[in-house]
Design a protein around this ligand. Structure first.
Ligand SMILES: C[S@@+](CC[C@H](N)C(=O)[O-])C[C@H]1O[C@@H](n2cnc3c(N)ncnc32)[C@H](O)[C@@H]1O
Length: 221
């Protein structure tokens, strides 16, 4: 795509992510994606690694992993791509073409993830998705089943005054007026759930974000 085609196509899409498409063009997403990606501390060099991006939406994290040298990147989603979600798959497809990217895609619910369906991945990104899960422990079980080595997770957290694992339930639209937000675990609950499904060591990243309700964790199998 040349610069005029990118400009024209980009304008017709409602973006969530800010993605640099080259030629000085950045998609006008409402999310501060570059800052968020920086805070995740994804390894700079992913050469030779396979990466799974669960809940990819416009695909910014998938494209970032590809730029860092990942051999294979699979972007998955369902709620926004084909469900009742807030967005569509248009941004992902447009950005993939504009970037001449080889990122693969699969429309699949988190609860359908399994080694039989998609294989296993060296690195799994589960960013901004856990609190949307009605069944968080089951979801983490499915995530663990496809993680070979490292999981990078970022999720909403609450109940920070408790040291023991604790989780608040949002039955309606209590959290940010969004009925798709179900759970606010505290950091201890996130780590305890991950331990329960087979992760063994945890490294909290940018822990100051916890005070702002966001928990970033690297978990090893
Ligand atoms: C807050 S967005 C985060 C998008 C991206 N991971 C990021 O960090 O910018 C949550 C994403 O999870 C996806 N999602 C929510 N429920 C899902 C489900 N049950 N299965 C697959 N994807 C889901 C949504 O469609 C959306 O793309």
């Amino acid at each position: 795509m040349d610069i005029d085609e990118i400009k024209a196509g980009m304008g017709g899409i409602t973006w969530y992510h800010k993605i640099n498409l080259g030629h000085g063009l950045v998609t006008p997403g409402m999310d501060d994606t570059p800052t968020r990606i920086g805070r995740l501390e994804i390894p700079d060099d992913l050469t030779g690694m396979s990466v799974l991006d669960i809940g990819a939406w416009d695909g910014a994290l998938s494209f970032a992993a590809e730029r860092r040298g990942a051999t294979r990147v699979l972007a998955t989603d369902s709620y926004c791509w084909s469900g009742e979600g807030w967005g569509t798959k248009d941004g992902f497809e447009f950005a993939r073409t504009a970037l001449d990217s080889k990122v693969e895609d699969l429309d699949i619910d988190v609860l359908e993830l399994s080694p039989e369906r998609i294989g296993t991945f060296d690195l799994v990104l589960f960013v901004g998705v856990l609190y949307h899960m009605r069944h968080p422990l089951l979801a983490l079980e499915r995530v663990a089943s496809v993680t070979e080595r490292l999981l990078i997770l970022d999720t909403h957290v609450a109940m920070l005054e408790y040291e023991k694992p604790a989780m608040i339930f949002y039955p309606d639209a209590e959290l940010k007026n969004d009925p798709s937000n179900w759970w606010g675990p505290n950091p201890a609950a996130v780590e305890a759930m991950l331990g329960t499904v087979g992760f063994s060591s945890f490294e909290r990243k940018n822990p100051w974000t916890i005070r702002h309700g966001s928990f970033i964790l690297h978990a090893q199998r």
